[in-house]
Design a protein around this ligand. Structure first.
Ligand SMILES: [Zn+2]
Length: 71
């Protein structure tokens, strides 16, 4: 078993990269991916009208869903 070089998976782009030497952008493969992840966080915090792919796609297709109420 070769344990000298271990690889991490970048949470942003999914690319495998060597963790030795440890990159300063850990746990991301590069500064760019780190910024992208940070940008996602900020967008979620602010709540921009930007629809992420893992959001609810049905909301846009049913704009009148709020008018239907059961009271
Ligand atoms: Zn990356």
């Amino acid at each position: 078993m070769n344990m000298k070089s271990s690889f991490l998976t970048c949470p942003t782009c999914g690319k495998k990269f060597a963790s030795n030497p440890i990159p300063k952008s850990m746990p991301f493969c590069c500064d760019r991916c780190q910024l992208i992840d940070l940008g996602r966080w900020i967008e979620e915090e602010i709540g921009l009208p930007y629809e992420p792919t893992d959001g609810g796609p049905d909301i846009e297709e049913r704009p009148n869903v709020r008018e239907i109420r059961f009271e």
